[in-house]
Each structure stands twice: as structure tokens, then as C-alpha cells.
Write a protein that binds this ligand. Structure first.
Ligand code: UN1
Length: 514
């Protein structure tokens, strides 16, 4: 296939062939030999390359070296660390196209979204550069004379970053660019479904840092959970584990890290709803819902999975939505005009089938989609974007689960309180949105009795956050905040410092002693 051949060239331009972990000799046989993984294009199922996995011994070497690197890196002034991150951002700009194509090749994102993902990495690098001069602590008035009281933020240690396949570059960058200016060393465990993007991104960061005299700040461990994942989360030398993935994975990570009293930053599942109120701009709502529900083939944590429609506009809106869905071009993610690429794996397709079947059995009506397909003869993991309408009063139990696929469940409501209650009734609490031109409705949605999610949008869909705000969610989404705002504080340790510069001992709380 032409476009895949083309993106294979981007593999070359990123120097992946020369990476010691990567082999272009692809082992034959049904399963790769022990110690190797062979990522395949989800579009054509063709193997891309073979990647050597870490084992217990190489994991141990990585952590030992990371601990040593940290001792040096923490002494480098933060604005100097910022200059390293600035240079990394520049390098991402140079390789944006090749990296974006690699994302498309490896995980099936359409070209625009592959490029958008690398842009997100560039944006957070820029943000981190500015931040490197703004790691502010506060000074407070001491209750004692001749005393100074203040807080400072210090580097934390090696940070473990576990990422999912769906944002194989950007989510690492959110963590890595901030943690690097904070003085931490990175240990990245990427998804085994997207190891090549990880190798390429990490190599760029590490090459730049080495060139500037700071080798070893960006490290990778690639391996399965039993051999690498479990070791990393249980490792007391790694004070923070930042993990993105399913709620099931997050519960395990949370427990193991809590057991050793370490810190976690969890960004887990979402089950995001859009409310379309009676007075919404329906044209705007329609376009936004389509992007948020079918973009990235419904495989964002922020994808819209539930549509909560005011009963007065529901039929009209769904009719237009179904027509829009039917016009969506599904196919080769690198081909011009494609809006929806494949799902990531056979297991994802099975999850889609199961969820569609369950919704039908539970009384849902499939308005469009619901089937697998092979666009243009492609053998990859393609499915039809799907809209399922719930009968009045039926909340479809399956819609309470996060299925990582383009399935949108539509419900109706009569008054706003009911719609907000529906928004909040799922276990997850990542993203939420309302379409309304009535500020009384939108402010209620944003108020203390409104959406219970970490992200709330007005007249925008649930996906596509900018990096400037803190990103994350409540309830089963795990409570972590990454990327912008003050998320950097998670990557540092806070120290409260009290200095006496008088000659007398003065005790706090006015205590007289002796
Ligand atoms: C994710 O799906 O894990 O807000 C991250 C968005 C993107 C990030 C999604 N900026 O949709």
C-alpha cells in the first residue's frame, strides 16, 4: 500500500533501523520469539519491525543508572534544564511529519491527528520551557520575629511513566517535558502496541540531552507487565508513577504504589457525555459531536460515548447525526480525506462487537453502524462508527462501561437537572460538555451541582483539550492532573523551610521551655 510504504520511509528518516532495540528482520511464525514484540499496522496487519523487550536484568540496569543520572540532573539549574527541553521541542518540530506518520502507521490515527499529537508534544515542551523559570514557591510571614518561612520545590527522583497506545507520544511528553524541567529523570514504559513511536520520541529527547551534556535523563523500559510493569510500580527507587490506561490497570497500579507509600498520578477511563439542550446551536453541536465521538475511531479517553438530548430536539438531531455518520470516510488513515481509521487490535474489534450486541439486547436501537468492515479491501481492524438510541427511560447498562470504540449511545431528557444527573451517573469522571446558548443552563452545568468531571466544555465536544489547562478527571478516572496549569507540582517535592536569624530560641505557638 502506497501510504504505508511512504510512512515506512519515515521510520528510516527517524533512524529507527539503527536503534539497537529494533530489527527489520521480522521473525516468521505465528507468535514472535520470546523477548520480542512485533508491532503491526492496524490498517493492513503488516508487521512493521521487531522490537526487543526488556527483561529483569536490563530493567535493573536502567533503574540503577537512572538513579545515578538523577543525582547529577537535580543539580542542574531549572532554567538550564529548560534549555534542554527547548532544544527537544525544536527537534520535534523538525521531525513532526515523520513522527506523525509513524503514529498513524503504528496506531492507525488519521494523518491530521497523528500530526496533532506531535504538535501537542511540541506545545507542552514550549510550556515547560517557560515553566523552568517559574517553579515558584511561596513565602509566608512567620509568627516569630527574626524568622523566615517559605516553601521551595525540589526535584523528586526518577519518575515512571506508563502510557497507553492511543496517545503514544503526547501523554509521555506531558509527563516528560514537565518532569525534566522539574529535575527528574524519566523511565517510560510505553504500550506494547506502540513501541516504535516511543523509541523514536525517546531517542530524540535523549539525543538532544546527551548532545547538551546530560545523557540518561530520558529512558525507556519496554516489556510486558509481569516482567517490567510490576517491577516498575513496586520499585521504591521510583517515587512517582504516572499511569494512563484502563481503570482496571489504574486500580492495580494505585494499590501497589500505595502499599509502598509512593505517589501516583492516574489518568484512567472516561465515559464522557455531551448534553444538547433545547436552545443549542444545533449545527455547531452536530459537528462537534461527530468529531468527539468518531475522532481517533472513538479511542480517546475523552471520546464522547453518551449523547444526552433534550426531547424537543432529539429526533431532528439524531436524523442529522445519522446522515453525517453515513458520509464519514473510513479507511487508510494516511489517505487524503479519511476521517476514521482502524481500531488498534482484534481484541478492540471484539469489544466493539460485544458492546453493540449488549446494547441491542438491552433494548437499544442501532440507528447506524454496528458492523465490521474492510474499506477498499483493507484487512485491518475497521468497524463502522455507530449510534445507538436508548428507549425512553432505559439507561442501557452497557453505556456505563467504557468501550474503546466509536459507539455513541443517545438518551433523551426533559429538564436540565435530569440531564446533569445522567452526565454524572457513571463511575468515570473525565470529560463532559453542554451545548446551550442560555447562560443560566451553562452556568448550572459548570456550578457546584453541575458536571462532576475534571473537564467541562461549553459549546465544544468532550475531546481535544489544549495543553495549557490541567488534564484529568475525578472518581474512577483516578484524580490525577497532567499537562498545564500547576500539574508540575506532582513531579516535585515540596519543602517548607524555616530559618531563624536571631540569637534567641523562639518556639512556635508561644511555647516557653525551660
Ligand atoms: C487521552 O485520550 O488519553 O483532550 C488523552 C484530548 C487530547 C488528549 C487525550 N488532548 O482529547
Amino acid at each position: 500500500m502506497h501510504s504505508e510504504l511512504h510512512s515506512r520511509r519515515s521510520l528510516h528518516s527517524l533512524g529507527l533501523q539503527a536503534d539497537p532495540r529494533v530489527s527489520t528482520e521480522i521473525p516468521t511464525g505465528a507468535a514472535p520469539p520470546h523477548g520480542w514484540v512485533v508491532p503491526r499496522s492496524p490498517t493492513s496487519l503488516a508487521p512493521i519491525a521487531a522490537v526487543r523487550l526488556d527483561d529483569a536484568a536490563s530493567y535493573e540496569t536502567t533503574i540503577t543508572q537512572a538513579t545515578e543520572t538523577f543525582r547529577r540532573w537535580r543539580e542542574v539549574p531549572a532554567p538550564v534544564r529548560g534549555q534542554v527541553v527547548r532544544a527537544i521541542g525544536e527537534e520535534f518540530r523538525i521531525h513532526k511529519e515523520a513522527l506523525g506518520e509513524l503514529v498513524s502507521l503504528e496506531v492507525g490515527k488519521i494523518r491530521a491527528e497523528g500530526l496533532g499529537e506531535i504538535q501537542e508534544a511540541i506545545d507542552i515542551a514550549d510550556f515547560a520551557v517557560g515553566l523552568s523559570r517559574q517553579l515558584y514557591g511561596m513565602t509566608m510571614p512567620s509568627e516569630r520575629g527574626m524568622h523566615r518561612l517559605y516553601e521551595q520545590w525540589l526535584p523528586l527522583g526518577p519518575v515512571g511513566v506508563i502510557t497507553a497506545f492511543n496517545f503514544p507520544a503526547a501523554v509521555w511528553a506531558w509527563n516528560a517535558m514537565l518532569a525534566a524541567v522539574c529535575g527528574d529523570v524519566l523511565i517510560w514504559k510505553p504500550s506494547l502496541l506502540a513501541p516504535l513511536t516511543a523509541i523514536a520520541c525517546n531517542a530524540i529527547a535523549e539525543r538532544v540531552a546527551s548532545r547538551m551534556g546530560h545523557p540518561g535523563v530520558f529512558r525507556l523500559v519496554i516489556g510486558n507487565d509481569a516482567e517490567v510493569g510490576e517491577r516498575l510500580v513496586a520499585d521504591r527507587r521510583v517515587p512517582l508513577i504516572s499511569a494512563t490506561g484502563s481503570c482496571r490497570m489504574g486500580r492495580r497500579v494505585g494499590q501497589v504504589v500505595a502499599q509502598r507509600l509512593g505517589r501516583t498520578l492516574l489518568e484512567l477511563g472516561g465515559n464522557n457525555a455531551v448534553i444538547v439542550h433545547e436552545d443549542a446551536d444545533l449545527d455547531l453541536a452536530l459537528k462537534s459531536v461527530v468529531f468527539a465521538a468518531v475522532g481517533t475511531a472513538g479511542q480517546r479517553c475523552t471520546s464522547t460515548r453518551r449523547l444526552i438530548l433534550h426531547e424537543s430536539i432529539a429526533d431532528r438531531f439524531l436524523e442529522r447525526l445519522v446522515a453525517a455518520y453515513r458520509s464519514i470516510r473510513i479507511g487508510d488513515p494516511l489517505a487524503e480525506g479519511t476521517l476514521v481509521g482502524p481500531l488498534i487490535s482484534a481484541a478492540a474489534v471484539e469489544g466493539y462487537d460485544r458492546a453493540v450486541k449488549a446494547a441491542s439486547e438491552q433494548g437499544g436501537k442501532v440507528l447506524t453502524g454496528g458492523k465490521r468492515l474492510s474499506p477498499g479491501g483493507l484487512t485491518g481492524y475497521f468497524v463502522e462508527p455507530t449510534v445507538i438510541r436508548a428507549p425512553k427511560g432505559n439507561r442501557l447498562p452497557i453505556a456505563h462501561e467504557e468501550t474503546f470504540a466509536p459507539i455513541l449511545h443517545a438518551f433523551t431528557y426533559r429538564d436540565l437537572d435530569e440531564a446533569i444527573a445522567m452526565n454524572n451517573e457513571v463511575d468515570q469522571g473525565l470529560s463532559s460538555a453542554i451545548f446551550s446558548l442560555n447562560m443560566r443552563a451553562t452556568e448550572r452545568f459548570l456550578g457546584p451541582s453541575g458536571s462532576d468531571c475534571g473537564l467541562a466544555y461549553v459549546n465544544l465536544g468532550t475531546s481535544g483539550a489544549e495543553i495549557g489547562g490541567a488534564f484529568g478527571g475525578e472518581k474512577d478516572t483516578g484524580g490525577g492532573r497532567e499537562s498545564g496549569s500547576d500539574s508540575w507540582k506532582a513531579y516535585m517535592r515540596r519543602q517548607t523551610c524555616t530559618i531563624s536569624y536571631g540569637t534567641e530560641l523562639r518556639l512556635a505557638q508561644g511555647i516557653q521551655f525551660g
